[in-house]
Design a protein around this ligand. Sequence first.
Ligand code: CP3
Length: 387
Amino acid sequence: MPETQPHSPSSPTDAQLGTSRFVRACLGRPVDRTPVWFLRQAGRYMPEYMAVRKHYSLLDICRTPEIAAEVTITAAERLGVDAAIIFADLLLPLTPMGLDFEFVNGEGPVVHHPIRTLEQVRALRTDRTGELRYVAQAIEKVAKHFAAPRAPEGPNSDPAGAHGWENQDQLGIIGFVGAPFTLASYMIEGGGSRNYIEAKKLMYSNGGAWPLLMEKLIAVLVDYAAQQVEAGADVLQVFDSWAGALSVADYRAYCLAPTTELIRRIQAMGVPVIYFGVDTASLLPTFRETGADVLGLDWRIPLDVARATLGAGTKGGGIAVQGNLDPITLFAPPAVLEARVKEILALNAGRPGHIFNLGHGIVPGTPVGAVLHVVDLIKQYGKQPAI
Ligand code: CP3
């Protein structure tokens, strides 16, 4: 094990190392340049995605492997990023668990019969995860597409081996699942929420509903993650988008153990795990205890402060980080955008274990040109010295 990853049981194979700067960075290994990808890189800001959405609903796209794969590949190739996140949605596992939901335009997801009682938790099914295989099938197609060696990037590539490695342009393929708290919050609230009153009521109730819900979610998510890894996902991202709604004490009491178990079990499949949340500055030291290989950072915490808190990149310990540009900076004039991107690279100061990303997803209306500009900036300024 490298000394920067003392907690991680993920053990990379030779095939994983060397060819993908994204996977290398997840494992805290040196890279030829900082890898970059974007949360929600295939989304409504992109005309190519909207053209597909004209003909298919969001769920149709998710459930049709050919289309989900095409949308995933198109976004990654259009942007020239280092990783492709499979086009799917956090809420897909609700269906085989027995909860119906839909996406209502302008409102986000709506779960029709949200769970509020122990009986409802008892009725949730954990034996139908096989129904989610369409996601694994889409991953297989994406993996096949990107398996072919790619042309080196140009002036940034290192074919002659100044770093002693091969070209690292192999795209990383990211699978994902929701974290227990964030998924439970949708199942209980019935949709997005401001105060999470119902979710927290169930969490605080001591009739056994919350631990049983966590147990069932872990069973389903581990199966679902295993399908994705088997299909070719190189890295799994665990989205705990709304964990920032929790106090440190509540996160520790109700979420740390189930989240840690989920992450450990995914790592045991042989892939690194990125654990992501928003508004989590005060939770970061606790997040570290999950043993995730990489933590996603939002833009509210300067990257160097987060790294100092986490001990990332320092001798004898650490964890990789991903982030953390404010997605709304993509609406700023180019000079402001450039300054913010360079600032993040400067705050990382060339340490291994940094993946450039936004602090949360690209929002609709974002100019595609600004996203491309960020990719160019990273390719220009993110080069790492040969060591
Ligand atoms: O490239 C990509 O990242 C796209 C793949 C992707 C989607 N959802 C497709 C999608 C991913 C990684 C997700 C994860 C997801 N889904 C999360 C975690 C990520 C985060 O943003 O924190 C969450 C919380 C969800 C649940 C969800 N799905 C919500 C709240 C919404 C509504 C958002 C809105 O702005 O309306 C969705 C819909 C959704 N999922 C869209 C996309 C591209 C947009 C709606 C559409 O295309 O019709």
